[in-house]
Design a protein around this ligand. Structure first.
Ligand code: DQQ
Length: 522
């Protein structure tokens, strides 16, 4: 560490871990940094059987500044062991990463673990490389850094950072996220023989920031952060494929505003990407941001995302920690050619105290006497007739909140409500109502929603509640969000309007993955 301090570094560093551990909103079975700030997943991978999760980390406090790469490893994607910080800024006027080691990826360079990341100096980010020891615990920065000296000449870029790197034939290819002022987000394509010298090819594809209202949930933004290009259909990237077999994931950014993750389906061929359709990746918007994915040894496309906080900067700083890593989720293409998500099955090893409810009609509102808690895994199969609505209330603080669940009257208690409504046509919706999640009026309480397909009225709903982190999967569509109840509510209830049948409900309490305080610098 240097002696540099930031105005937001108001909590002594040796107090951060204690504060973080004491915070009731801190998740227990999601990966979080030991304390301080965490944002994007980086270098996600499986190397010689071991899973590696690197992440944007500021151990100085719960704010984004002078970012390091934290590192944790796992053999099961569930339990994580902290490893020494992998990358930290190198000081000096000529250092390309003097002000931060920003997001990037891990690649296997003929057996040598190699990181490609964005070095930040001043307001500028440029591609850098670091080479790892065989155990991936010690990293040496390449003397050639930055390996690309500047964004493409003659292009007025809104920003330029983050990397997707893959092997194609005998070459390396790289995308760098960017945006062209006045047009839209883009990813610049480069090629290299050695990861050190890169030839610029051109923009892979340029988005259109004017295609929809900037307020829209699928606005492309003016810059694409954390681009991630992969083959979701059969075969592998670069072998042609069908018109919608490739996926280009990005996080829509606009002048410092982290908006939401989106993806194009299309075909990557030659030096360009022919788009088919644009989709929302997670209906939680900024609460599942900067996702990055990899193929593991089992052939699964595993994705992590950053669950941004929904509380004020001051509240984060006071809490001593900020930022949650999503549970790893498997991405597949569904029948509609869209990404479908489900948490990796390994998460189920944390399940305890199983409760099962048998088939029953749902009428009015009912508290589940057998199920309560703020660390839960809930799995439901529900059948909805056209025009009906199913609601699941979680983190409820008193029996009085039944009125809210039925949508009739607001009360003073807290409750977070997940709602699935079946339209009379094909318009069915997943909605998260956070309007009564917290009595704290300073936290984000905006509604989140998006369309779901209920074939024959059937819904498979999975809800993972981990204190302030909530991950919802409804027939493969993900909605991730943060909630900050103040009353310590643990009740679970369901309710219905119209004709709804619960086919099965399984519930478990979830075990935590860390046994106590962890050192800021393992
Ligand atoms: N966060 C990183 C950037 C990236 C952004 C900096 C996305 O590299 O563009 O911490 O959250």
């Amino acid at each position: 560490m240097t002696g540099l301090t930031h105005p937001l570094a108001t909590v002594p560093q040796d107090e951060l871990v204690i504060r973080a551990e004491a915070d009731p909103h801190r998740p227990r079975f999601h990966f979080v940094s030991p304390a301080g700030w965490l944002n994007d997943p980086n270098g996600v991978s499986q190397w010689n059987g071991t899973y590696h999760l690197f992440y944007q980390y500021n151990p100085e406090g719960a704010f984004h500044h002078r970012i390091l790469w934290g590192h944790a490893t796992s053999t099961d994607l569930v339990n994580w062991t902290d490893r020494p910080v992998a990358l930290e800024p190198s000081e000096g006027p000529d250092s390309p990463d003097a002000d931060g080691c920003w997001s990037g990826v891990l690649v296997n360079d003929g057996g040598t673990p190699t990181l490609v990341y964005s070095g930040r100096h001043g307001e500028r980010e440029l591609p850098c490389v670091a080479v790892g020891s065989p155990d991936l615990l010690t990293w040496t920065k390449a003397p050639e850094n930055p390996v690309i000296a500047a964004p493409p000449a003659g292009v007025d870029v809104t920003a330029y950072r983050d990397h997707c790197v893959w092997r194609e034939g005998s070459s390396w290819r790289q995308l760098v996220g960017s945006g062209i002022r006045g047009r839209g987000g883009t990813a610049f394509l480069y090629e290299s023989a050695d990861l050190r010298t890169w030839d610029y090819i051109g923009p892979l594809f340029i988005g259109d920031a004017a295609s929809v209202d900037p307020a829209a949930a699928d606005w492309e933004g003016t810059m694409w952060e954390c681009v991630d290009l992969f083959r979701a259909g059969p075969g592998s990237l670069g072998d042609g494929g069908g018109p919608s077999d490739d996926v280009l994931v990005f996080s829509a950014w606009d002048d410092g505003d982290t908006r939401h993750p989106l993806y194009w389906t299309g075909r990557y061929s030659g030096d360009s990407f022919e788009p088919a359709a644009l989709h929302r990746l997670d209906y939680g918007g900024r609460h599942f941001y900067a996702p990055q994915s990899f193929i593991d040894d089992a052939g699964r496309r595993v994705m992590f995302g950053w669950l941004q906080e929904g509380r004020t900067d001051e509240a984060m700083v006071e809490a001593g920690w900020s930022g949650v890593m999503s549970l790893p989720r498997v991405a597949t293409l569904d029948d509609q050619g869209e990404l479908a998500f489900t948490p990796v099955p390994e998460v189920e090893t944390l399940r305890r105290d199983h409760v099962r409810l048998d088939p029953q009609g749902v009428a009015g509102s009912e508290v589940l006497a057998e199920v309560a808690g703020n660390q839960l895994d809930l799995e439901l199969d529900v059948e909805l007739e056209p025009g009906s609505v199913f609601r699941l209330g979680i983190l409820g603080s008193s029996a009085d909140s039944g009125a809210a669940l039925e949508g009739t009257a607001p009360g003073s208690a807290e409750e977070t409500v997940i709602e699935v409504s079946r339209g009379t046509g094909s318009d069915s919706w997943l909605r998260l109502d956070r309007s009564r999640s917290s009595l704290d009026s300073s936290v984000d309480a905006e509604e989140r929603s998006g369309p779901v397909i209920l074939a024959a009225g059937r819904l498979h709903l999975r809800v993972l509640v981990d204190r302030s982190a909530v991950e919802i999967f409804a027939n493969g569509k993900a909605l991730t969000a943060r909630v900050y109840p103040t009353l310590g509510g643990t009740s679970v209830r369901f309710a219905a309007a119209g004709s709804v049948r619960l086919l099965q409900l399984d519930a478990w309490r979830m075990e935590g993955i860390f046994s106590g305080p962890r050192p800021l610098f393992p």
